[in-house]
Design a protein around this ligand. Structure first.
Ligand SMILES: *[C@@H]1O[C@H](CO)[C@@H](O)[C@H](O)[C@H]1NC(C)=O
Ligand SMILES: *[C@@H]1O[C@H](CO)[C@@H](O)[C@H](O)[C@H]1NC(C)=O
Ligand SMILES: *[C@@H]1O[C@H](CO)[C@@H](O)[C@H](O)[C@H]1NC(C)=O
Length: 287
């Protein structure tokens, strides 16, 4: 019996892992990048880049950050970041210098809808049923766009079904994630969370995709695929039961910072997923 053995020998360059903290920008906060190499030891130097969207190549190019070339520290701090952005790092050591691969890109997301580019979601809510048609539309004064998704498993992808500046999805569980737009001229839009329900027969929470401004009113509700639920809904804020309203709606007439957090609804023994409702201060409006 003839047999053959194939030995595959691959010499993969090590790839550092970048972490970005926090993931969501808050006004005035600094962003810390951290680049981890597999065998940390003295002698590594680190290179820090921002991702610049390149739509023609269906990729991104990387641009060195200020003073981001060959730092001795494995972390890098960015002050005054206000928009969604992507970052990459790599490491090098020795003479002549040996370089690792670039890390996978990581992002810091801004919810700020006042930036030059923004993303709207239709239907306008965070949670969606499975097999819903959802469209994500990029808005801003640019001609070319791509919509990017960073799902829970962290594998960045681009929307495959773009019509003009709109991405159409037929939702499945794997569409849960963070979405944003990138323009042909390198602008990043505000980012949104999208959650596709786990329980096909259960309710979804209907809550705003974009941050709510302090003092504004907001109304949360609970919906089944077939109908909006009009009674006997329980609402939870950060896992605490806050209301069982006979009208099936949670209305907050003047939102304050303390209303920020996770919400979910429950109906007939079934719970929706929970979603974050973000509250922005009136003073942050022009940031
Ligand atoms: C998205 O969800 C995360 C928590 O999972 C939250 O911190 C962030 O503010 C949310 N973004 C928006 C735009 O609501
Ligand atoms: C859009 O961009 C074009 C070209 O850069 C510029 O001439 C025009 O004034 C812009 N329109 C708006 C509404 O900003
Ligand atoms: C979405 O999925 C449904 C059922 O699988 C299918 O009938 C429909 O054509 C799909 N819509 C789009 C836009 O792909």
């Amino acid at each position: 019996v003839g047999g053959s053995v194939t030995l595959t020998c691959s010499v993969n360059k090590p790839r550092p892992v970048l972490t970005v903290s926090p993931s969501w920008l808050s006004p005035g906060a600094s962003v810390t990048l951290n680049c981890q190499v597999e065998h940390p030891s003295a002698g590594w130097s680190f290179y820090w880049y921002k991702a610049v969207p390149d739509l023609s190549e269906k990729s991104s190019s990387y641009e060195l950050l200020p003073d981001g070339s060959g730092t001795a520290q494995d972390s890098y701090i960015i002050h005054g970041q206000t928009h969604t952005a992507g970052y990459v790092c790599r490491a090098g050591r020795g003479d002549p210098e040996y370089h690792t691969d670039h890390s996978q890109p990581k992002f810091v997301w801004s919810a700020d809808v006042h930036s030059a580019a923004s993303l709207t979601v239709s239907p306008d809510r965070v949670q969606h049923f499975t097999s819903d048609s959802v469209s994500l539309t990029c808005e801003g004064n640019f001609t070319e766009w791509r919509v990017r998704k960073f799902p829970e498993d962290g594998r960045l992808s681009d929307c495959r079904r773009m019509t003009g500046s709109t991405c159409n999805i037929n939702t499945s569980k794997s569409d849960t994630g963070v979405y944003w737009c990138e323009s042909g001229s390198g602008e990043f839009s505000s980012a949104v969370n999208i959650t596709v329900q786990n329980d096909g027969n259960g309710p979804i929470l209907v809550s705003p995709v974009h941050p709510v401004t302090e003092g504004a009113s907001v109304s949360l509700s609970c919906s089944l695929k077939t109908q909006k639920i009009l009674s006997n809904v329980f609402f939870y804020h950060n896992d605490k039961l806050i209301q069982n309203d006979p009208r099936g709606e949670l209305k907050i007439s003047a939102v304050s910072k303390s209303d920020e957090g996770f919400y979910k609804c429950q109906y007939s023994g079934r719970e929706s997923a929970q979603s974050w409702m973000s509250v922005k201060g009136e003073q942050d409006q022009n940031s």
